[in-house]
Design a protein around this ligand. Structure first.
Ligand code: COA
Length: 90
């Protein structure tokens, strides 16, 4: 499992997780693309055997003292193992 910075190339994989994790209120692809492209965002993906199995995003406007975690998702098949930074990861 590897955590790396997300890019727009990950959009399709992220949207798959987004739609399966948030079936009733998933962000649109346009919104997610804007998040990935924003200079104020910091998105990561978690990969397992080359497959994106999680993502998380922070928004921290340049110059601002605060940032917000916008979203976090771990694929259903990979949950409960500490990838979402639960106690098991520490
Ligand atoms: C929330 C989520 C990312 C956790 O990922 P995970 O890899 O299963 O989490 P971990 O194994 O690292 O840790 C599990 C810990 O998170 C807690 N947890 C799990 N889901 C939670 C939730 N919805 N709210 C608060 N805590 C949660 C567990 O109780 C556990 O706590 P512990 O370490 O004290 O025992 C995952 O359940 C998920 O993707 N859910 C669907 C999307 C979602 O609801 N995202 C959050 C809102 S944006």
């Amino acid at each position: 499992m590897t955590v790396r910075t997300a890019s727009v190339d990950d959009l399709a994989a992220i949207m798959h997780l987004e739609r399966t994790s948030f079936p009733t209120d998933a962000w649109s692809e346009a919104t997610m693309r804007a998040e990935l492209e924003s200079p104020h965002g910091y998105y990561l993906v978690d990969e397992t055997a080359g497959e994106v199995t999680g993502y998380a995003g922070l928004r921290a406007p340049r110059g601002a003292a605060d940032g917000d975690v916008q979203t976090i998702t771990v694929a259903e098949t990979a949950r409960g193992r500490g990838r979402g930074m639960g106690r098991r990861a520490r």
